[in-house]
Ligand binder design. Structure first.
Ligand SMILES: Cc1cc2nc3c(=O)[nH]c(=O)nc-3n(C[C@H](O)[C@H](O)[C@H](O)COP(=O)(O)OP(=O)(O)OC[C@H]3O[C@@H](n4cnc5c(N)ncnc54)[C@H](O)[C@@H]3O)c2cc1C
Length: 426
């Protein structure tokens, strides 16, 4: 997965650090020769966040991959940044706990990268994004100082919340070398998953909002539009597209029969068809796999740009309808899926493989979708972060004062602008 250049040229070197002293050494060289440093762990960023910069040093924390502690009593784990999300989750499960944040890249992306991008996933609707699951961080600053932020407590009200400043900082403020995360006890009771089909995404979004507000606390409410279902059908040899224009994959963990009934009633109220519910673990794993297969199914044989907006829940239905309209108006094929339960929408805009340049119509569609997102009170980065793909949108998304404050913070912590320059902030 390592990517050596972002289009400006190749990085000068990749340094795979294995200790804090190694990190400090790389930063010392970078300060001496004024070299950009690009923190990278498993390099799965979708926003050109961890690719090399011409002449810079890729500082990879991939090999700092030890789970240092799993504490059942404190319900937490202490890990190095290179630990893969899924590996931590599996290790925790052996002790009756689990690590909640579950990006689709869970089997291969790192906790260090997840923290630095504030990754989300399917279970964010129930357990929050990465930021809600980080208790403490150890960081090496650009000048080589080590700082310990937060700690092992579930509550913490002392000083400014600098831990959260570094969550989602995309490697622009320091190098994260140790992370303390919350672990959750595995819920008791039955977990169910299921499928439901709707006329279109706007109607699905209305159903999702009602379920979200019903008090049943779903752990997954994933939406796929008709185009995406069609792509999945081709990939999986299924026939879901015959049924409808939108599919919902849902999950309730440790739920009572009464809650399951509330969910079913709401699905009926919002005209969901062919509702299927299963408590069987193998069938549930197949449904999760179906959701994960969405990306390869959509990307197959086409050039693509996958976007990542988050909307206030009440604006999800209008946004879904708007995306469909834009695709229609501009003749652009758009596959829309998303973590509908938390308002996160991923439209993927595609164009033919033999056309290397992004077509003007695709760029125009994106521009319209971004402006509409902001108009509806949303954000154009729900979970994938900013990187180099979106920092030209900082001013429309943030107001001038906030944009300026971001630059002041960056100057304070990284006065030589060595850490991941040209990413996140302009
Ligand atoms: C198939 C696929 C599915 C995906 N699904 C999701 C999803 O559902 N939800 C989601 O949120 N994302 C998703 N992503 C995006 C990506 O996996 C996440 O952004 C992930 O958090 C990146 O982790 P990484 O270890 O690969 O980080 P990298 O790509 O290595 O780095 C990401 C950012 O973190 C910084 N960084 C890395 N390590 C450190 C460190 N030790 N200290 C300081 N900064 C550091 C980098 O400089 C960069 O800015 C997906 C990606 C792919 C390819």
């Amino acid at each position: 997965m390592r990517r050596g250049g972002d289009g400006s040229g190749l990085a000068r070197a990749v340094v795979e650090v294995q200790s804090v002293a190694d990190i400090q050494g790389v930063l010392k060289v970078a300060r001496k020769y004024h070299l950009p440093v690009i923190p990278q762990t498993t390099a799965t960023s979708t926003v050109i966040g961890s690719d090399g910069i011409a002449g810079g040093l890729i500082l990879s924390t991939r090999k700092m991959a030890q789970i240092l502690e799993i504490s059942k009593d404190d319900s937490l784990a202490v890990v190095q940044p290179g630990v893969v999300n899924g590996d931590l989750d599996q290790a925790a499960r052996k002790q009756g706990l689990f690590y909640a944040p579950d990006p689709a890249s869970k089997p291969f992306s790192s906790i260090g990268g997840n923290v630095s991008t504030n990754a989300g996933g399917m279970s964010t609707v129930r357990y929050g994004a990465t930021k809600d699951n980080v208790l403490g961080l150890k960081v090496v600053l650009a000048d080589g100082r080590k700082v310990t932020l937060g700690g092992r407590t579930l509550k913490q009200a002392f000083g400014y919340d600098l831990t959260q400043l570094f969550v989602g900082a995309e490697g622009t403020l320091g190098i994260v070398y140790e992370i303390t995360v919350k672990l959750m006890p595995i819920p008791l009771g039955t977990s169910i998953m299921g499928l439901a089909f709707f006329k279109d995404m706007a109607q699905l979004a209305q159903g999702v909002t009602a379920i979200r507000m019903s008090g049943v606390y779903p752990t997954m409410l994933e939406a796929l539009d008709g185009n995406t279902i069609g792509a999945l059908d081709k990939y999986e040899k299924t026939h879901y597209a015959d049924k409808s224009g939108a599919m919902l994959i849902f999950r309730l963990d440790g739920s009572s029969d009464a809650n399951i009934q509330v969910l079913k009633d709401l699905l009926a109220k919002y005209d969901a068809q062919d509702v299927q519910v299963t408590a069987d673990e193998d069938e549930q794993a197949q449904l999760i796999q179906l959701r994960r297969d969405m990306l390869p199914a959509v990307f197959a044989g086409q050039n693509h740009l996958m976007e990542d907006m988050a909307l206030p829940l009440s604006q999800l239905a209008p946004m879904m309808a708007y995306i469909q309209q834009v695709g229609h108006d501009l003749g652009v094929t758009i596959y829309t899926a998303g973590h509908a339960g938390d308002g996160n929408v991923h439209p993927t805009l595609v164009w033919p493989k033999d056309q290397p340049e992004v077509p003007g119509a695709v760029l125009e569609a994106l521009r319209r979708i971004f402006w509409k997102t902001l108009e509806l009170g949303g954000t154009i980065s729900g979970e994938h972060a900013v990187g180099m793909m979106k920092n030209q949108w900082n001013q429309p998304e943030l107001d001038d004062n906030v944009d300026y404050l971001q630059h002041q913070l960056k100057t304070l912590l990284d006065p030589m602008n060595l850490l991941n320059p040209k990413r996140k902030i302009n």
